[in-house]
Write a protein that binds this ligand. Structure first.
Ligand code: ZN
Length: 404
């Protein structure tokens, strides 16, 4: 069995490397799969997205690497124990000597997030006895799933301990121990492992089987911030950010707080009370407005002669269902026929509510006309109907109803 040299196991800090092209095949999506005899590009695996970067050919032409995968099935691997495919945008030729450059900012960020996750899961395991049963690290988020409940308070405590481990700047050791040593080790692992097992030790905090690149000392993580906690499949899902991502997150929130501060012309620690004050003022204004609307309706309805049999009013789209019902309830007290309100516009259509007046005329007739001639939707009974109709000339609708 031949083996592609996985340079990221020599050191997670190797950013550039030389290699030979073993094969290059066109993909259906217009890109190419290139296999190199050695690579520092870490492929997607174990819940972590792959490295990205460029491969330069002998003429210095850049081939963008936008994804890297690994396949361990030996029958499909052309005699290799595992095949690592780089997806590139332009073809290379078999035998080409190339120079690979990984996107270091991207890789280092992954190393920060991933090592932060180890410490976090180590603390969860030692203090609460829960396992990390799911891990996802992409360019947009980092989530860990644990098979037990953690409260907001637990999370703040774990977060503090992880950050203390970061300040202590303890070493992170990645190694492939021999079988004997491995048997004597107590380590976390998501599944039963066979073959060479890589053990990642964060001194004093965690021992875990893992294949990904990590930072060499915890201080490089910078900071770990928990930004989400939710119940998930009987346990919890925790979202974290480390290093630069955490800094960018804090900058983002600081900008929001600053902007709110300016809008409320208050200091940031007074924003919550300012928002609460605004909400309560808004509720008062809404109540006042509702009263004013009711008085206006009353005034308007008084102007309608009571001997008018059918009364059908047209209001603008801002009139809500509550007001519409109030109007018809009021109208039926002093009118004999169909009492209704349309709210909306000829362009966008109308909502409607109808109630039958003192003579109890059958509103099913009205509903039939609205449905058959104006494509209305809705329903009700002989004494009350409501619904909506698409854009139409409302004067035509009223004319039809008056003909009944
Ligand atoms: Zn790891």
């Amino acid at each position: 069995m031949k083996k592609i040299v996985e340079i990221y196991y020599e050191s997670a800090y190797i950013k550039e490397f030389d290699a030979s092209v073993l094969s290059c095949e066109a993909r259906k999506d217009g890109n190419y799969d290139v296999i190199l005899d050695r690579t520092a590009f870490f492929p997607e695996q174990g819940g972590q997205g792959s490295d990205v970067g460029v491969i330069l050919d002998e003429n210095g032409v850049k081939h963008e690497v936008n994804h890297v995968s690994i396949k361990n099935e030996s029958e499909d691997a052309g005699g290799f124990t595992a095949v690592i495919r780089h997806v590139i945008d332009k073809p290379l030729n078999k035998g080409d000597k190339v120079h690979g450059v990984i996107d270091w900012n991207h890789r280092f960020s992954n190393m920060q997030q991933h090592t932060g996750e180890h410490i976090f899961s180590g603390v969860v395991s030692s203090e609460y006895g829960y396992d990390n049963v799911g891990f996802h690290l992409s360019d947009s988020e980092v989530t860990m799933d644990y098979n037990g409940i953690l409260t907001e308070e637990n999370i703040r405590d774990i977060e503090f301990k992880v950050n203390r481990a970061i300040w202590e700047n303890v070493p992170v050791i990645c190694e492939f121990p021999d079988e004997q040593t491995l048997k004597s080790l107590d380590y976390r692992s998501k599944k039963e492992l066979s073959g060479d097992v890589r053990i990642v030790t964060v001194k004093g905090y965690d021992v875990c089987a893992c294949c990904a690149p990590h930072v060499e000392r915890t201080g490089e993580i910078g900071i770990l911030k928990v930004i989400g906690l939710q119940n998930y499949k009987g346990g919890v899902r925790v979202n974290i950010l480390c290093g630069r991502r955490a800094l960018e997150y804090m900058t983002f929130w600081q900008q929001i707080v600053d902007e709110l501060s300016r809008s409320f012309t208050t200091s940031s620690d007074n924003i919550i009370s300012s928002v609460n004050k605004l909400l309560s003022e808004n509720a008062d204004l809404k109540a006042e407005l509702s009263c004013a609307k009711d008085s206006l309706i009353e005034y308007e309805l008084k102007e309608i002669p009571s001997d008018k049999e059918n009364v059908i009013l047209v209001k603008d789209a801002a009139t809500d269902g509550n007001s519409m019902r109030k109007i018809v309830n009021c109208l039926v007290q002093s009118h004999d026929g169909f009492c209704g309100v349309f709210a909306g516009s000829d362009e966008k259509g109308y909502k409607f509510v109808f109630s039958s007046g003192q003579k109890k005329k059958d509103l099913n007739e009205v509903m039939k006309v609205l449905r058959e001639s104006f494509l209305a939707k809705g329903g009700g009974n002989a004494l009350m109907v409501q619904g909506s109709l698409p854009g139409t000339k409302i004067t035509d609708v009223i004319e039809k109803i008056e003909e009944l």
